[in-house]
Design a protein around this ligand. Structure first.
Ligand SMILES: Cc1cc2nc3c(=O)[nH]c(=O)nc-3n(C[C@H](O)[C@H](O)[C@H](O)COP(=O)(O)OP(=O)(O)OC[C@H]3O[C@@H](n4cnc5c(N)ncnc54)[C@H](O)[C@@H]3O)c2cc1C
Length: 466
C-alpha cells in the first residue's frame, strides 16, 4: 500500500510506481505492476485508455467496419443478395462507434479499480526525479514511469481549424460524409481514413511525399495496396510534397510543390504524431531527449535512475501493443523478473484499410541491408479458396534466409491482419519454411495461404504454380 505523509502543506503519497499518463503504455504498466504486488499511482489528465481507446485504434476500426458493411451492401448483387446502399447515417455510425468505445472504457475503469491502483484524475508534472505533482498533491515513486503519449502533428504554415483542415481527432467525430477529401500523408492513419471515406462515398485523394503509400512496409505490399486503391478509385499523388493549403468558401484548396492544385471539402492532415513531452518538467530533471522523444535503453530506462518511459513518448513503433509490451516490460523489470528486451522486428504491424496490409519481421530491403542471403516467395491469394469466396486479391510474401529462418512475412488482402498471429510465431520462433510446411491448415481458410507459402518455399508447393 502507498504511504501518506504530510510535508510542507502538501499531501505526499509514496508508491513503488508512479505512472504519468493512462494510455496503452501507462495503464498496462499499472495493471502488471499491481499484479506483481507493487503499489501503483496512475495519473491521467483526460480519459483512461488514452489515444488508442478514445481517438485511435478502436474508433477508427469501428468506422472501417461500418465502411466494410457499406461496401458489402454496394457489392451485394455480386453475391446474389438483393440489397442496396442508400447512404451513411453518420449519427448512427457514431452511436455505434461510441458505444464500442464506452463499453471498453467502462471495462478498463473497472479493471483499474479492481487492482487497487490509485487512480488520479489530473494534470501531472514531474517536479523532482522521483515526484509527480497533480492537483496540488505530490506523488513520490521509487520509480516513475513517463507515458504521456503523442499528439497529431501538422506542418509549418498549416493551421488546423478542426472543420476544413483537421487531424484524425476531428475526423473521428464528424457528423456528415464529406463529398470530397484530401488526405495529406499516405501512412497508416492516412490510408485508413482514405479507405473509410471511400467506403462512405467520398471522393478521396491522398498526397504523399514518399514514393509509396505505407512506405515503411515491404515495397511489394505498398505496390499491391496502391493497385487496390486505384481499383477502388482512391486517387493519390506520390513522391510530391505539399506546398500550401487555403481555406475557401466551399472547402480547401491544396497546392503541391510540382504545381498541381486540388480542392476538396476538407483536408485531413495525417503527417505523423509527435511526443507529448513539452512543459512537463522532463528537461528540468535532466532526462535525455531526441527531438522531443525520450531516449531509453532496451529496458525502457531513461538516463535518470528510477525514471522510465514507454509508448509513443519514446522513439519505438507508435502502436498500442508496443505500448502494452513496454509497460509490462517496465513493471516486470522493476519487480525483479528480469524480462527479455523487446525485439521490435518481431512486433506485428497492420494497416486496417480495405485491403489490409499486415507484416512482421524484415522487409526484403532490410534483410539485404543486414547482410542476409535472401530468398523470397510470394503466394498469390488467387490460389486460396477463402480469398475467392470473399472476393479479395492479395498475397502472402515470405522473406527468408537461404536455408535458414523466415525473416519477414508481408501480406495484403481482406482480413489478412488475422493471419499475423501465426506469422509472428513463425518469425519470433525463428522457424524455417521446413518447420511450417508440415503443419496442416484448416480448409478453406485464408490461413492456408500461410501454409501454402511455406510449403512452396520448402520446395513442395500444393496449390501453387512453379
Ligand atoms: C487515428 C489513430 C489510429 C490508430 N490505430 C492504431 C491501431 O489500429 N493499432 C495500434 O496498435 N495503434 C494504433 N494507433 C496508435 C496508438 O493509439 C498509440 O500507439 C497508443 O495509444 C500509444 O499509447 P501511449 O500510452 O504511449 O499514449 P497515449 O495513448 O496517447 O496515452 C497518453 C496518455 O497520457 C495522458 N497525458 C498526457 N500528458 C499528461 C499529463 N501531463 N498529465 C496526465 N496525463 C497526461 C493523455 O491524456 C493520454 O491519455 C492509432 C493512433 C491514431 C491516432
Amino acid at each position: 500500500m502507498a504511504t501518506l505523509l504530510q510535508a510542507k502543506g502538501f499531501i505526499v503519497a509514496e508508491f513503488d510506481l508512479v505512472i504519468l499518463g493512462g494510455g496503452s503504455g501507462g495503464y498496462a504498466c499499472a495493471l502488471r505492476g499491481a499484479q506483481l504486488g507493487l503499489s501503483v499511482a496512475l495519473i491521467e489528465v483526460d480519459k483512461l485508455g488514452g489515444t488508442c481507446l478514445h481517438r485511435g485504434c478502436i474508433p477508427t476500426k469501428a468506422l472501417l467496419h461500418a465502411g466494410e458493411i457499406a461496401d458489402g451492401a454496394r457489392d451485394a448483387s455480386h453475391f446474389g443478395v438483393n440489397a442496396q446502399f442508400l447512404s451513411m447515417d453518420m449519427p448512427a455510425v457514431n452511436a455505434y462507434k461510441d458505444g464500442v468505445v464506452s463499453k471498453l472504457y467502462k471495462g478498463l475503469q473497472g479493471l483499474i479499480k479492481s487492482r487497487n491502483i490509485t487512480y488520479v484524475q489530473g494534470h501531472g508534472r514531474l517536479v523532482a526525479k522521483n515526484t509527480v505533482e497533480a492537483n496540488g498533491e505530490k506523488y513520490v515513486g521509487k520509480n516513475v514511469v513517463l507515458a504521456t503519449g503523442s499528439y497529431a502533428r501538422s506542418l509549418p504554415g498549416l493551421e488546423i481549424d478542426g472543420t476544413k483542415i483537421m487531424t484524425s481527432d476531428h475526423a473521428l467525430t464528424m457528423d456528415y460524409v464529406p463529398a470530397s477529401v484530401i488526405v495529406l500523408g499516405g501512412g497508416v492513419i492516412g490510408c485508413e481514413f482514405a479507405s473509410v471515406w471511400k467506403s462512405f462515398g467520398s471522393e478521396v485523394r491522398i498526397i504523399e511525399a514518399l514514393p509509396h503509400l505505407v512506405a515503411l512496409e515491404d515495397e511489394s505490399s505498398s505496390k499491391q495496396l496502391e493497385r487496390a486503391f486505384r481499383k477502388r478509385k482512391i486517387n493519390f499523388e506520390l513522391g510530391v510534397r505539399f506546398s500550401s493549403a487555403t481555406v475557401t468558401e466551399s472547402g480547401v484548396s491544396v497546392k503541391l510543390e510540382d504545381g498541381k492544385e486540388f480542392s476538396a471539402d476538407l483536408l485531413l492532415v495525417a503527417v505523423g504524431r509527435g511526443p507529448v513531452s513539452a512543459n512537463l518538467g522532463y528537461e528540468e530533471q535532466g532526462i535525455a531527449m531526441d527531438r522531443g522523444y525520450i531516449t531509453v535503453d532496451n529496458k525502457c530506462r531513461t538516463n535518470v535512475p528510477g525514471i522510465w518511459a514507454v509508448g509513443d513518448l519514446i522513439p519505438t513503433l507508435q502502436l498500442a501493443h508496443v505500448g502494452f509490451g513496454e509497460g509490462i516490460l517496465v513493471a516486470e523489470e522493476i519487480a525483479g523478473l528480469n524480462p527479455k528486451p523487446i525485439n521490435y522486428d518481431g512486433v506485428p504491424r497492420i494497416t486496417y484499410s480495405e485491403p489490409e496490409v499486415a507484416s512482421v519481421g524484415l522487409t526484403t530491403a532490410q534483410a539485404k541491408s543486414r547482410g542476409y542471403d535472401v530468398v523470397e516467395l510470394t503466394y498469390d491469394l488467387a490460389g486460396n479458396g477463402k480469398a475467392q469466396i470473399l472476393g479479395t486479391a492479395g498475397s502472402v510474401k515470405l522473406v527468408s534466409e537461404k536455408n535458414g529462418p523466415v525473416l519477414g512475412i508481408h501480406m495484403v488482402g481482406a482480413r489478412v491482419g488475422e493471419l499475423l498471429a501465426e506469422a509472428q510465431l513463425i518469425f519470433n520462433w525463428e522457424a524455417n519454411a521446413d518447420d511450417v510446411a508440415p503443419l496442416i491448415h484448416a480448409h478453406p481458410t485464408l490461413s492456408e495461404a500461410m501454409g501454402e507459402a511455406h510449403m512452396a518455399l520448402a520446395g513442395k508447393p500444393l496449390h501453387a504454380h512453379g
